[in-house]
Write a protein that binds this ligand. Structure first.
Ligand code: SF4
Length: 350
């Protein structure tokens, strides 16, 4: 891949929480790249480390969490058009450099806008704030920029919305306003953490379409975090699947849906409702629960839930990630011919 295609290159990222009960390895050696103008989806159940990964990029991992290893190279373009990498992992979480990137070059949309909008300030004040921090404009100019972005985000009568409080808007309108705030400085990377999970299906569809339109218009990349494979099918170009802090599969979206390689991804796909399934068909659920993060199973952490579990291998040896065809990666012993061959050769016990 040409270097100028890459916007963010995450290598060996580890984020841990040292708690009384033990150390939680929330993100445990994660690698991925985000390409300019493209959408990478990060998928997995709750507790897989996807949101902590997003927060690590912005330097907002909640205490006592810490990035303990790895690189996050952000390829920032300067005013002269030249690109230089900045390792976000080395920046102080509240230092000047990350603050100049956060909200300007990289911004974030959360699941519930009320947790990021303050209820005591008007929408306009909160959208104008990042403009005044990152751009050399007057308050009046910032107001015009904010109203223009509210309009682009599909808010009717944006001048009125500018003077409203967040709690005066419906959930869908509030989410549009939060997208407006995230995009008002035209970031090169938008991190969207379950941005439609709290919305009804119609509003969700509208918000996903809006994000796509704005992505095309502004040319930004999106790191889209979700547990919903239906949303992945709508928005993704590339996908990584995470389980207990590790990437277990990476592929382009078509390969992931038609040729999933990892048993965990295959189980997630079986749990999606489809119109073609018979009305009384019961959805497959993934057997068992996500393990306690203080007691991660030995070998492959998915082995207690895996339908393809190979005793003596999967519960003993931690699988590496295997490179398969077309850039497809899977962290599973099934793709180690030697190991699988040995299992097949073993005589059946009587
Ligand atoms: Fe299942 Fe074994 Fe592959 Fe893990 S390594 S996903 S337990 S087959």
């Amino acid at each position: 891949m040409a270097n100028d295609e890459i916007l963010l290159d995450v290598k060996g990222l580890k984020t841990q929480f040292a708690l009384e009960e033990g150390t939680v390895r929330a993100v445990d050696g994660v690698d991925f790249t985000v390409k300019r103008g493209k959408t990478l989806c990060v998928v997995g159940e709750s507790g897989c480390g996807k949101s902590v990964t997003a927060r690590a990029i912005l330097g907002i991992v909640p205490s006592p969490g810490k990035v303990v290893d790895g690189q996050m190279l952000f390829y920032k373009e300067d005013e002269n058009g030249s690109v230089r990498p900045i390792d976000l992992a080395t920046l102080r979480p509240n230092g000047q450099e990350i603050r100049s990137i956060r909200g300007a070059e990289i911004s974030m949309v959360f699941q519930e806008p009320m947790t990021s909008f303050s209820p005591v300030y008007k929408i306009g004040h909160q959208i104008r704030e990042p403009i005044l921090i990152h751009q050399q404009v007057s308050k009046a100019e910032a107001r015009e920029i904010a109203i223009d972005m509210l309009r682009r985000c599909g808010l009717p009568r944006p001048e009125r919305v500018f003077d409203q409080y967040p709690w005066e808007l419906s959930g869908g309108m509030r989410q549009r306003a939060m997208i407006a705030r995230a995009l008002v400085c035209r970031p090169s990377l938008l991190i969207a953490d379950e941005p439609t999970t709290a919305l009804d299906v119609t509003t969700e569809t509208q918000i996903l379409e809006l994000m796509k339109e704005l992505q095309d218009e502004l040319g930004m990349a999106i790191l889209f975090i979700t547990h919903d494979l239906g949303v992945v099918a709508e928005v993704a170009e590339e996908v990584i699947v995470m389980y207990l802090g590790k990437v277990v599969e990476r592929a382009d979206v078509i390969s992931l849906f038609y040729e999933a390689k990892h048993p965990y991804t295959q189980a997630l796909l079986r749990s999606i409702p489809t119109i073609s399934k018979e009305r009384r068909h019961r959805l497959d659920t993934i057997e068992g629960m996500v393990p306690d993060p203080y007691n991660v199973p030995s070998g492959c952490p998915f082995h207690p839930r895996c339908p393809a579990f190979m005793p003596g291998i999967c519960d003993v040896i931690e699988p590496p990630i295997y490179a398969l065809e077309k850039g497809h990666l899977a962290r599973c012993h099934l793709y180690n011919e030697e190991l699988v061959g040995n299992v097949m050769d073993e005589p059946a016990s009587s």
